[in-house]
Design a binder for this molecule. Structure first.
Ligand code: HEC
Ligand code: HEC
Ligand code: HEC
Ligand code: HEC
Ligand code: HEC
Length: 452
């Protein structure tokens, strides 16, 4: 930590002890960040006039929907109600910093308690072409700490930064940018730290940074873009599949190139694309999940009897923890069925109860946050600590051990499925204020084995 930050940190602690409140935390984090000029940016429809294919892929992505996403909107409003001190309130107000950087940093939307309909054609689609392609400095690899250098709107569009040197565009200048060809452009938002408690709320970039995918050998290195910007239907492009090139042009009148980066940029969200009617993005996320993991059934027991089963879950496709991102909401779990030689089920774990929740014995891979008293909370603004983090390292595995309660005669048939859903249905009900919601469950992978 630099000396200035230590002084500032001590000041914040001391003054919060004196006044019981936390002053100006935003300024502490935002050192080096400049305000954005809303008028400088250009609406995505303009870019789409020449970059029509890229526009169609981006339109419907979670980036284009980051502030239209009804789950985000409801969550950010609801969280505010539960906060107990100004540190928590500051964090709860800060959501739009990533979910709509131009609106937030230009003062158009001041925070979560402000009116989100206060957007216009430039800011309605949050993480737009011009937002990403004007980034000229990453100040910190967390909490949207980046600066931009837009032009002056459509009349003077300025410089667009991208992967090539000297491209010819009749509309804008352009420039090669190292930031855009590295994972850092993603990492500035895909690392989320609580403003006051400094709890790691999301750490996708750091997880990738410490993974084998971040190899020092440029030939071996797999950036976020090399998995997430090479996908099309039938070609999921993960760590366990090919990651193909897409030859073509990126704009009308653009040069023919060996690979044009794809802009679907989907993850694991299969619920929102369905709610917002973007079936292709939903299907792509589905295919991604089906190429992320593998399971293997290992068994234990002596002689003719089997009294336990071990299920090994391997993260073979994700370049970060599996799952990653908002893992307090996401659920990945094992459904395990063991049948005896007559076909009778003698053991079952991982079932969905009538109310949509998972049965108590389910092995779930996710993160649970705790509030300042140590009680579990899904309110990230109150997350003072991580109570539980059970996820799988990139290229790693976790063994789940199941005691069967008694020893069974062989042969036994063991069937295991790895399942995923974007959110617990009861939470979706609360957020959408709807009693009946169906959340798609994706079967990521299946394994069956006969123990003889
Ligand atoms: C009048 C047509 C036109 C419009 C409008 C337009 N572009 Fe371009 N753009 C081009 C062409 C042509 C290229 C060159 C493509 C090539 O040769 O690969 C290009 C290239 C780019 C590149 C690639 C730079 C690189 O390093 O490869 C980026 C990024 C870009 N444009 C962003 C934008 C953004 C953002 C907007 C909207 C604010 C926009 N463009 C609007 C025509 C346009
Ligand atoms: C989340 C940030 C982000 C958004 C939003 C985004 N892009 Fe990109 N775009 C990138 C990155 C990163 C690359 C380069 C990837 C690399 O080289 O690894 C890229 C590449 C490009 C290229 C060059 C393609 C090539 O391979 O030659 C063009 C042109 C482009 N984007 C235009 C657009 C347009 C138009 C939009 C909006 C419809 C858009 N981008 C939205 C991040 C973004
Ligand atoms: C300006 C901040 C920002 C930048 C830069 C950014 N993202 Fe995102 N990204 C977000 C936000 C916010 C969401 C979630 C929106 C939502 O779900 O409401 C998101 C969503 C996603 C998702 C979809 C997650 C899901 O649940 O399906 C993927 C995948 C993703 N980003 C990858 C990337 C990659 C790869 C890059 C770099 C090329 C990148 N992002 C750059 C902020 C950003
Ligand atoms: C080796 C390929 C690979 C690399 C590299 C990779 N990802 Fe992923 N990513 C995946 C796969 C597969 C999934 C779907 C399974 C999952 O949710 O982890 C995924 C899912 C995601 C999600 C969705 C999480 C959720 O539950 O909503 C986000 C966000 C994301 N990635 C962002 C990133 C960012 C940012 C980087 C770079 C720092 C990155 N990814 C690097 C393969 C990759
Ligand atoms: C530093 C950037 C950042 C901040 C600040 C941030 N988010 Fe996010 N948020 C993301 C990214 C990146 C994703 C995508 C990861 C994923 O999908 O797993 C995301 C995804 C989400 C999702 C999942 C959306 C869905 O449709 O499943 C919700 C809900 C959400 N954020 C709520 C919030 C709330 C509420 C706050 C404020 C307390 C907040 N976020 C603050 C970056 C941020």
């Amino acid at each position: 930590m630099k000396r200035n930050s230590i002084v500032l940190f001590v000041f914040v602690i001391v003054s919060s002890a004196l006044y019981g409140d936390v002053p100006e935390i935003k300024d502490y984090w935002n050192t080096g960040l400049k305000d954005f000029r809303r008028e400088g940016f250009i609406k995505p429809d303009v870019c789409g006039q020449c970059h029509d294919e890229i526009y169609d892929m981006w339109n419907g992505s979670m980036h284009s929907n980051a502030i239209i996403d009804p789950l985000f909107v409801a969550a950010s409003k609801l969280l505010l109600k539960g906060v107990e001190n100004s540190g928590e309130r500051e964090d709860a107000e800060h959501c739009v910093a990533c979910h709509n950087p131009i609106a937030y940093r230009s003062g158009q939307i001041k925070g979560s308690s402000d009116d989100y309909s206060n957007v216009d054609d430039v800011t309605r689609h949050s993480i737009s072409c011009d937002m990403c392609h004007t980034v000229d400095e990453i100040v910190k690899l967390r909490n949207a700490s980046f600066n931009t250098d837009p032009g002056n709107g459509e009349d003077d569009p300025g410089v667009k930064r991208g992967p090539h040197d000297q491209v010819e565009s009749m509309f804008h200048d352009s420039k090669y940018s190292k930031i855009h060809t590295s994972s850092e452009i993603c990492g500035t938002c895909h690392n989320v730290t609580h403003l006051w408690y400094i709890t790691r709320l999301e750490g996708t970039y750091d997880e990738w940074y410490h993974s084998p995918y971040n190899s020092l050998d440029p030939e071996e290195k797999v950036t976020c873009q090399n998995c997430h910007m090479r996908q099309s239907l039938g070609k999921p492009s993960t760590g366990m599949t090919q990651r193909p090139d897409y030859p073509g042009t990126s704009a009308s009148m653009g040069e023919e190139r060996p690979h044009i980066y794809r802009h679907y940029v989907v993850g694991a969200n299969t619920l929102l694309p369905e709610l917002l009617d973007h079936p292709v993005h939903g299907q792509l996320a589905h295919e991604r999940l089906e190429h992320a993991a593998e399971i293997e059934i290992l068994h234990a027991g002596t002689g003719k009897k089997v009294d336990s089963i071990t299920v090994r879950v391997k993260n073979k496709g994700a370049g970060h923890m599996l799952p990653t991102g908002v893992t307090e909401f996401r659920q990945m779990w094992i459904e395990l069925t063991v049948k005896d030689k007559k076909g009778k089920t003698v053991f079952f774990s991982g079932g969905v109860k009538d109310d949509g929740s998972l049965s108590d014995d389910t092995r779930i891979f996710q993160t649970v946050f705790g509030d300042s008293e140590g009680n579990p909370t899904i309110n990230v603004a109150k997350a003072s600590r991580i109570l539980y983090d059970h996820r799988i390292q990139p290229k790693g595995y976790i063994d789940e051990f199941y005691g069967l309660g008694k020893a069974y005669d062989k042969p036994l048939t063991v069937h295991a499925e790895l399942k995923y859903r974007s959110m617990v249905p009861s939470l979706v009900s609360i957020l959408l204020e709807k009693s009946e919601v169906s959340v798609p469950v994706v079967v990521m992978t299946v394994s069956e084995s006969k123990i003889e």
